[in-house]
Design a protein around this ligand. Structure first.
Ligand code: MAN
Length: 567
């Protein structure tokens, strides 16, 4: 006879309502309260519960002979043991989940007064072994087979169960409290993500505006640069300004030379005029007026007229000084042609634009536009060389492009972060989003030759204890539910039976001659995160049983009170 852990009994016991257990004392041996109504027909013929077309005489109930195909005529003996619903594999399983759940009685019912009622398989009835785990009142051995006596131990067993139940309830309370904290934390983290999304949206608006204004600026700069003077190809140094300076220097030289020459000629003519005037003046003083020579008299009168007329511009010493100043060398005049000749085209342009900057904005734009139009027109008509291609990008355009690129990069970065957060918000983080709180936290456990690690919502890994690289057993893909049906170990560190949440980890490291590694992480309620068991069900297909408060009190359907199945 199997000996089962006390906890297993307790779990079963917890699922049978006490009120029903106490309700009917006159029912046949081995019948639970939920089936009592089927046995009230006596002394009428008894219809087999699950095959009511077959009726037997009520006296044949519990006569140690199996008459009904569903075994319902032998609830208190082992005669129909072969059709018992409680199999040796799941001796104390879910026998009380409804009359019609399976077409057979769940087993022999023990009232277990002072404790919790329970069922044992029919095969355990009168088998000479006291099944105290499920039948603490010893009623399964009512026949005293082989002189066996199973005194009622429900008092002490019930007491111990209640002590343990208290501990269990405390643990459950603590685990639920932890879950509540995790849910709160998950909500906080989610809120942070939502807030961050709002911030990023605002940042994106700003970054988009900045990009579009920099785009505009680049276009403007390109247009402006296109219309600007630049040195001709092949010209190594200096722009139009320096060409102009060269021309000016040359012209100034010519003008100065001419001025010098003209001044010399002037001085010469001045001297000759003076000489002539002196001759005529002397002639007027010395001629004989009594000599009647009409020609001489006319000449003297003309001279007197000439002398009486205004003499023209008076000699001005200041003008002469000015002329002398002008004719000094350029160096003496402070003109440094070298500086002008070495001026770069950029400087020329800067000067131009600085000048422009002094104009009121509308006029500046107008002037700028006109100049640009003029230049473009000249380019289009082949009068000016089109320097926009071939002459290389100006520094101003390069700078504008660099700024635009940096702004676009910033925008892209923010958009990427936003997308990541939005995807995260849409992701399934389990009931109440609880796994958001522990995402990325890892727990590990040695098993066999490996140390296994589970990082919540991320991955599972396997690392040889003797050293060597770790192997990825799958990356988190989704949350699923699975149905499990297992004995709950005495220490409660196991899955039990029912629906459980499972984390599917897929697409891990490829398995030689096999699939990519994958792991199903099945979860059950526990006070702390803990890997209980790891198995490799098939080559490179793993199963982890893990306890965590994250699933306490929340069943996979989302109902929040399933304490009896959890922990
Ligand atoms: C490693 C481990 C094992 C796996 C084999 C398959 O040894 O990952 O779990 O079965 O590789 O070759």
């Amino acid at each position: 006879m199997r000996r089962l852990a006390l906890d297993a009994l307790l779990v079963l016991g917890s699922s049978v309502p006490l009120a029903i257990a106490a309700s009917d004392s006159a029912r046949p041996r081995g019948i639970g309260p939920e089936f009592a109504k089927f046995y009230k027909s006596s002394p009428e013929p008894f219809p087999c519960i699950f095959n009511p077309s077959i009726q037997i005489d009520a006296s044949r109930i519990n006569d140690d002979y199996c008459d009904c195909p569903d075994g319902s005529d032998e609830p208190g003996t082992a005669a129909c043991g072969h059709i018992s619903r409680l199999s040796p594999a799941t001796p104390y399983g879910t026998g009380t989940d409804g009359v019609n759940a399976t077409a057979a009685l769940p087993g022999f019912y023990c009232k277990n007064k002072g404790h919790r009622p329970g069922y044992v398989p029919f095969t355990a009835v009168n088998d000479g072994v006291c099944d105290y785990e499920a039948c603490c009142d010893g009623s399964d051995e009512w026949g005293g087979v082989g002189g066996i006596k199973c005194p009622d131990r429900c008092g002490e067993i019930g007491k111990e169960w209640r002590r343990q139940d208290e501990l269990r309830q405390k643990a459950l309370g603590a685990a639920r409290q932890k879950r509540k904290e995790l849910v709160d934390e998950a909500g906080r983290v989610k809120k942070e993500v939502e807030d961050r999304i709002e911030t990023l949206k605002t940042q994106i608006e700003g970054a988009e505006m900045s990009v579009s204004s920099l785009e505009k600026e680049l276009r403007e700069t390109e247009r402006r640069e296109r219309g600007k003077m630049v040195r001709s190809p092949g010209e190594k140094k200096g722009g139009k300004w320096s060409v102009l300076a060269g021309l000016a220097k040359e012209r100034m030289g010519e003008l100065k030379d001419n001025l010098q020459r003209v001044r010399g000629e002037r001085d010469l003519w001045k001297e000759r005029v003076k000489e002539l005037e002196d001759v005529l003046s002397k002639f007027k003083e010395e001629y004989n007026p009594n000599f009647n020579d009409e020609g001489v008299k006319r000449a003297v009168r003309s001279w007197e007229d000439y002398a009486a007329r205004e003499k023209g511009p008076a000699e001005d010493a200041a003008h002469d000084r000015d002329l002398a100043e002008m004719l000094k060398s350029d160096e003496e005049n402070g003109i440094k042609w070298a500086e002008w000749e070495e001026t770069s085209s950029e400087d020329d342009i800067d000067v131009l634009y600085q000048i422009e900057n002094y104009l009121p904005a509308p006029i500046r734009q107008w002037v700028d536009q006109k100049l640009r139009d003029l230049r473009l027109m000249l380019m289009e008509n082949g009068i000016l060389a089109d320097n926009s291609s071939g002459a290389g990008e100006s520094q101003a355009v390069k700078d504008a492009k660099t700024q635009l690129k940096a702004a676009e990069k910033d925008l892209e970065k923010i958009r990427k972060e936003l997308k990541g957060h939005q995807e995260d918000l849409d992701k399934d983080y389990g009931p109440d989003g609880v796994f958001r709180a522990i995402k990325g936290q890892c727990l590990s456990q040695d098993s066999g030759e490996y140390t296994y690690e589970l990082c919540w919502m991320e991955k599972a890994t396997q690392k040889p204890k003797k050293g060597g690289a770790q192997t990825n057993m799958g990356k988190f893909a989704r949350i699923e539910t699975v149905t499990v049906d297992e004995d709950l170990p005495a220490d409660g560190r196991g899955l039990g039976s029912g629906k459980r949440y499972a984390l599917k980890m897929e697409n891990g490291q490829h398995c030689w001659n096999g699939p990519n590694r994958s792991t199903t992480v099945i979860l059950a309620c526990a006070e702390k995160d803990e890997i209980w068991k790891i198995t490799e069900e098939e080559k490179c297909v793993y199963r982890m049983e893990v306890g965590t408060p994250a699933v306490c009190g929340s069943d996979p359907k989302g109902n929040l009170d399933r304490s009896k199945d959890e922990l």
